[in-house]
Ligand binder design. Structure first.
Ligand code: NI
Length: 254
């Protein structure tokens, strides 16, 4: 399996990536896409990817971190693309759940568009974080086409919106939330989308799947997401592994 979105660069794990990777490998995870959320975590993601053959880095400024970002952070992100094993820009997007203020939301949109432009200039895919702003997100992507497509990380939208993102060249990322009893939409989406349009993720240390909800998430729990998706799509866990792995590799590694 491939964990298409995790934060080994988070303070929870960044002190000992080797231990994290070994534990997850024993649970069947072979590759890790370590995703940045600000300048510091992007640099740590690159550092981890350089030292560990199983890891790749995505770099970028998360919408909730934009208001605290330095004036030149996006320029530095663009500089860092030259580093080895940087395979995408992320996580970038909109988060209206945590930011209700209109000025901050405008700032988020502007930074999102700037980072899409950086991705296009360097021919890289992107990883999108979108919470409570899915209409605006879709509109931005329609106006600013992403050449290499990307992942809608932790997809929580409707079946109709899913089709629109897929049409724009995106695949949908699913993690621990698919195991939650009260999550309805992701289950509907997973039952209907084509096999070339989804990937597995943990978002570790966040969004821990059942039955481990409440403790920090870890890529070693990715099999719980795989199993749930197999159940929802009525296929074998091995088939889920094959399909999702092919989708991540097509997007980032080919
Ligand atoms: Ni994340």
């Amino acid at each position: 399996m491939i964990d298409s979105h995790c934060h080994i660069n988070d303070k929870e794990y960044s002190d000992n990536p080797s231990e994290y990777i070994n534990e997850a490998k024993q649970a069947g995870v072979e590759k890790f896409f370590v995703v940045g959320f600000d300048l510091k975590s992007s640099r740590i993601a690159i550092d981890i990817a350089k030292k560990h053959p199983e890891c790749y880095a995505l770099i970028g400024i998360h919408p909730s971190d934009i208001k605290n970002a330095g004036e030149h952070d996006l320029e530095i992100i663009e500089e860092l693309i030259k580093e080895p094993k940087v395979v995408g820009i992320g996580e970038i997007g909109l988060d209206y759940y945590w930011d209700k203020d209109e000025t901050v939301r405008e700032q988020q949109k502007e930074a999102f568009i700037k980072q899409i432009e950086i991705a296009n200039k360097h021919n890289l895919p992107i990883s999108i974080h979108c919470r409570d702003g899915i209409e605006d997100c879709l509109n931005i992507l329609k106006e600013h086409k992403v050449n290499k497509g990307g992942i809608m990380h932790c997809y929580a939208g409707s079946v109709e919106t899913a089709k629109e993102f897929i049409k724009l060249g995106f695949v949908l990322g699913f993690g621990g939330t698919v195991t939650f009893k009260n999550s309805v939409k992701p289950k509907e989406v997973l039952a209907t989308i084509p096999q070339n349009s989804y990937v597995l993720e943990t978002d570790a240390p966040y969004l821990t799947p059942e039955p481990y909800r409440g403790r920090p998430n870890h890529s070693k729990y990715l099999y719980l997401v795989r199993n749930k998706i197999a159940e929802l799509r009525n296929i074998s866990p091995e088939q889920v592994e094959m399909e999702s792995t092919a989708n991540v590799e097509r997007l980032f590694l080919l």
